[in-house]
Design a protein around this ligand. Structure first.
Ligand code: FAD
Length: 338
């Protein structure tokens, strides 16, 4: 049986955190199959300490292709080189993050090497007996969960949602093998041309980038009550999240929805107000570092996950919380003036 591979993302001469989230996922798969876990890193000016970081975070092997042509992402050269690697080393499983890079590159490669790919998975497991990769993702508008497998072709390819798993932690004593590869200039030819990178400055903090999220659910009672969620989020410099129930009711738009059929987030602080904690909601926020739940039902499911639970009416609790934060901020501001 071949290795389990993860795609490490290297942009602007830096490793992105999704690379470590993938190693965390890959680790459980490779352990179950009892095969090595390897990361592939394609980039320009790749630092030795970044390659070492992948090993310390779980990779047994790292395949490195360091080439000036990889300074900026273009799908054709990335795919050409990946296909060479896949054909030479024949891994059994190859996973990438469902980022712009992963979503562009993986289907392009899968079609060319004639294998299956499941996009945007939330769960990856190994099937008992066969060792096949079970790739689970929401389907039909998020109304069902579909588990897909690729029994006849290899590698089995999947992209997984960023933030759906915590990054693996480093073990500074870990050792691994590094394989440097060079490829012929012809593989880097592309029909498309990189012009420039334009950052989207139009959006304020999105739920996926926010360090703090204040999320509201059906317990808000009516659309107007989202104002209080917005006020608290603004005070904390965070973003507004929501359960699917309130999105379906039209109280707030879909980009705010957290959960299985919405966004997956992993902020430092997640405040859930009037949200029961259905499994589909939890699937999108369970990796948050700290969770505070406000719910009037002491038996609400969300309290099983929360680090701090407040049993009470959100119409009383949230205004009090806002008042206290404002008082605290005013006190801090007056200290700075003195
Ligand atoms: C395939 C599928 C995909 C789904 N995807 C998602 C998804 O991505 N995200 C998602 O969120 N859901 C998703 N759902 C829906 C999910 O199952 C729940 O229906 C939904 O999360 C419930 O939203 P809620 O917690 O806001 O509402 P409820 O479950 O109705 O909970 C409301 C909570 O508010 C509390 N409450 C009421 N009044 C107050 C008050 N005054 N003060 C304090 N607390 C109060 C209640 O005690 C209750 O716990 C999905 C379902 C399916 C089948």
């Amino acid at each position: 049986m071949g290795e389990v591979w993860t795609l490490a993302e290297y942009r602007h001469e830096k490793l992105s955190t999704v690379s470590f989230e993938l190693l965390n996922r890959g680790k459980s798969l490779s352990q179950k199959l009892n095969v090595p876990l390897a990361s592939v890193i394609l980039g320009s000016n790749i630092k030795k300490e970044d390659v070492q970081e992948l090993i310390e975070r779980g990779a047994d092997k790292v395949y490195v292709v360091d080439d000036k042509n990889f300074k900026n992402f273009l799908v054709e050269p990335y795919a050409n080189v990946l296909m060479e690697l896949l054909n030479e080393y024949k891994p059994d499983i190859f996973i990438a993050a469902a980022t712009t890079t992963g979503r562009t590159l993986m289907p392009y490669v899968a079609v060319r090497i004639k294998t299956g790919l499941t996009a945007d998975c939330t769960v990856l497991e190994i099937e008992e007996g066969t060792g096949n990769l079970l790739q689970t993702r929401p389907a039909i508008g998020g109304n069902i969960l579909a588990t897909i497998k690729t029994p006849n072709t290899r590698p089995q390819m999947a992209t997984v949602r960023p933030h759906s798993m915590k990054p693996s932690l480093p073990d500074r004593n870990r050792k691994g093998e590094v394989i440097y590869k060079n490829y012929d200039e012809s593989l880097f030819k592309a029909k498309s041309k990189y012009l420039r990178f334009i950052k989207d400055e139009s959006q304020q903090v999105t739920v996926q980038d926010a360090k703090v999220i204040v999320a509201g659910g059906r317990g808000l009672g009516k659309e107007e009550n989202f104002k209080i969620i917005g006020e608290l989020a603004e005070l904390l410099g965070g973003a507004v999240g929501a359960s699917r129930d309130v999105v379906d009711r039209g109280w707030i738009t879909y980009p705010h929805q957290i959960g299985l059929s919405g966004k997956t987030v992993s902020p430092a602080l997640y405040i859930a107000a009037g949200i029961s904690g259905a499994v589909q909601h939890i699937a999108g926020m369970q990796t948050s570092e700290n969770i505070i739940a406000v719910n009037k039902d002491p038996d609400a499911q969300i309290f099983h996950l929360a680090n701090l639970g407040i049993v009470g009416d959100l119409n009383e609790v949230l205004p009090l919380l806002i008042k206290r934060i404002k008082e605290y901020k005013a006190k801090e501001a007056s200290k700075n003036v003195q």
